[in-house]
Design a protein around this ligand. Structure first.
Ligand code: ADP
Ligand code: 5GP
Length: 188
C-alpha cells in the first residue's frame, strides 16, 4: 500500500509572541510532530546549540545553498537570512510524518504557493504593548534588534489575513489547546 503523505503545518507570529514556548509544549505532548531545524546566518543566542535550535551558517555558505536550490523557502528577516531545507521536508512528508515549520511570513507565503495543502497558522499577540513587554522580558536581544523586530510587527499582522488559522496567545494553556485542536482537525 502506498504511504500516506504527512501534513505540513507552518506557524508564524511576531518575535516574542510565544511561538517557541507554544511549540515546545506542543511537541512534549505530541512527540509524533516534528519541527524542522532551519538554517540561519544570525548569531546564536546564549544557550542555543548548532543543529538543535538552528544550523548556524554564514552568508556566503547560505547564498551558495540558495543557488544550489537547497531551500524550499528562504527569507531575510531583520538583517539575517533564514531558510528551510527542501530535502528534509520532502523526505519526512514522504515517510508520512507531520511536520511543523516555525518561519516568518514571507517564507510562509512561499510555502503556501508551492504546497497549497500546507496549513498556515498565525499566532497573534493580545496587544502590541504586551508583545513588546514579552520581547523585552525575554532579555535576549539588544535595543537595536528589539526595535528592528518591532518594526516588522504591523506588516506581519497584516499578512496574517493570508493564513488559514489565527490563534491569540493571551493565556498560554488556552492557546496551546486551540493549536492542538487545529492540528488534530487536520491530521485526523
Ligand atoms: P517567540 O518564539 O515567538 O519569539 P518566545 O516563545 O521566546 O517567543 O516567548 C517570548 C517571551 O514571552 C518568553 O519569555 C515567554 O516565556 C513569554 N510568553 C510566551 N507566551 C506567553 C503567554 N501566553 N503569556 C505570557 N508570557 C508568555
Ligand atoms: P529568531 O531570530 O527570533 O530565531 O527568528 C526570527 C524570525 O525568523 C522568526 O519569525 C522565525 O519564525 C523566522 N524563521 C526561523 N526559521 C526560518 C526559516 O527557515 N525561514 C523563514 N522564512 N523564517 C524563519
Amino acid at each position: 500500500m502506498e504511504q500516506k503523505k504527512g501534513k505540513l503545518f507552518v506557524i508564524s507570529g511576531s518575535s516574542g509572541v510565544g511561538k517557541g514556548t507554544l511549540l515546545k509544549k506542543l511537541i512534549e505532548k505530541n512527540p509524533k510532530l516534528e519541527v524542522s531545524i532551519s538554517a540561519t546566518t544570525r548569531q546564536p543566542r546564549p544557550g542555543e546549540i548548532d543543529g538543535v535550535n538552528y544550523f548556524f551558517t554564514d552568508k556566503d555558505e547560505f547564498l551558495k545553498e540558495v543557488e544550489n536550490g537547497d531551500f524550499l523557502e528562504w527569507a531575510e528577516f531583520n538583517g539575517n537570512y533564514y531558510g528551510t531545507k527542501q530535502a528534509w521536508v520532502e523526505r519526512n512528508l514522504n515517510k508520512g510524518r507531520n511536520l511543523i515549520l516555525e518561519i516568518e511570513t514571507k517564507g510562509a507565503l512561499q510555502i503556501k504557493n508551492k504546497m497549497p495543502d500546507s496549513v498556515l497558522i498565525f499566532i497573534m499577540p493580545p496587544s502590541i504593548e504586551e508583545l513588546e513587554h514579552r520581547l523585552r522580558g525575554r532579555n535576549t536581544e539588544d535595543e537595536e534588534t528589539i526595535q528592528g523586530r518591532l518594526h516588522e510587527v504591523r506588516r506581519e499582522i497584516e499578512c496574517s489575513k493570508n493564513y488559514d488559522y489565527t490563534i491569540v496567545n493571551d493565556d498560554l494553556e488556552k492557546a496551546l489547546v486551540e493549536l492542538e485542536k487545529v492540528i488534530n482537525s487536520v491530521i485526523h
